[in-house]
Design a protein around this ligand. Structure first.
Ligand code: PEP
Ligand code: MN
Length: 335
């Protein structure tokens, strides 16, 4: 951090703020220019409250040099985090495909889709049992019944499960059944839930909030990591912009940006980004091209009867075609 003092700041005022910063545990390098005096803070700045400094009437500006996230940062850990789930590696340049229905609807529905996505090369089965729906009148998910079906699908296909946990009350029950816990876009800043997720050792798939900046997204990962769970997989799923043609706007530049800022794996959800099945293939290809570590894709064998997100769900045949294309791309990119 660099504190820029106002030209009017007296020697006493500068010394006072210098002593205060030193008492909080950092070193202070004072540079006196013709007009401005700069205080460069180095070392441990964790106890400093930037807002208090900015409130000081002798301070002109505060410049932040470091990012506020630490554990999630590449500065803290230069090498890529690779998360191993049942021998499947997420991160470090692999392209892992997670696929399945938006929501678990019935045994027949889940088993049909699970067999299809497995056949085409998906490594994880996704499916919501507790669904965060915009309307309280929409299908809310099969809850524990749905979790049991996911377990059954795993037993048959061998694919580990990704499913969403929506609140602290149902955390333990969801954690009992799943291999990866999804925290959805709407809960990205549910700090109590993030802390709870940080206290378990199950990998967390953290989706970007629909209006979250990249820094806020990484700060949410930091919440989980600060509690002791370092196994965080980030997921870009589109953000809200002025555009209404698509459900969200896929922020494709977030992938290289996060790769630069963080060592955590980042995957892309083209389904919730587009909201339209026909755009899932081009967005998936774009995501792999910019370096995503994987994709999470909604698939349904009868999208016109789906209880949620049918419009953005690929039919198994289309999913198979996409997988062939992605395999060619991965080979070309030496992934
Ligand atoms: C989902 O994965 O079905 C979902 C609800 O996603 P998001 O939280 O990204 O909207
Ligand atoms: Mn969905």
């Amino acid at each position: 951090m660099v504190i820029v003092m106002k030209p009017s700041a007296t020697k006493e005022a500068i010394e006072k703020i210098q002593r205060k910063m030193e008492s909080l545990g950092c070193q202070v390098c004072v540079t006196q220019g013709d007009n401005y005096c700069l205080l460069g803070l180095v070392g441990d700045t964790s106890k400093i409250n930037p807002s208090q400094i900015e409130a000081n009437e002798n301070v002109d500006r505060l410049l932040k040099v470091q990012h506020p996230f630490k554990r999630a940062s590449r500065v803290f850990q230069p090498h890529d985090t690779i998360i191993d789930v049942d021998g499947i590696k997420i991160g470090g340049g692999n392209v892992v495909i997670m696929a399945g229905p938006c929501a678990v609807e019935s045994e027949e529905q889940l088993m049909t889709i699970a067999r299809e996505v497995k056949k085409h090369g998906a490594k994880f089965l996704r499916g919501g049992a507790f669904k965060p729906r915009t309307s309280p009148y929409s299908f809310q998910g099969m809850k524990e019944e749905g979790l049991k079906l996911l377990k059954k699908a795993k037993e048959e296909t061998g694919m580990p499960i990704v499913t969403e946990v929506m609140c602290q009350e149902t955390f333990d029950i969801v954690a009992e059944y799943t291999d990866i816990l999804q925290i959805g876009a709407r809960n990205m800043q549910n700090f109590a839930l993030l802390k709870k997720a940080g206290q378990c050792n199950i990998p967390i798939l953290l989706k970007r909030g629909m209006s979250a900046t990249i820094e806020e997204f990484l700060m949410s990962a930091e919440y989980i990591m600060a509690e002791g769970n370092a196994n965080v997989i980030l997921c870009e799923r589109g953000i809200r912009t002025f555009e209404t043609y698509t459900r969200n706007t896929l922020d494709i530049s977030a992938i290289p940006a996060i790769k630069e800022l963080s060592h955590l794996p980042i995957i892309v959800d083209p389904s919730h980004a587009a909201g339209k099945w026909a755009m899932v293939e081009p967005l998936s290809k774009a995501a792999v091209a910019v370096g995503a570590d994987g994709l999470i894709i909604e698939v349904h064998h009868e999208p016109d009867t789906a209880l949620s997100d049918g419009a953005q769900s690929l039919k198994p045949k289309k999913f198979g075609k996409l997988m062939t294309t992605l395999n060619h791309m991965a080979a070309a990119l030496e992934k």
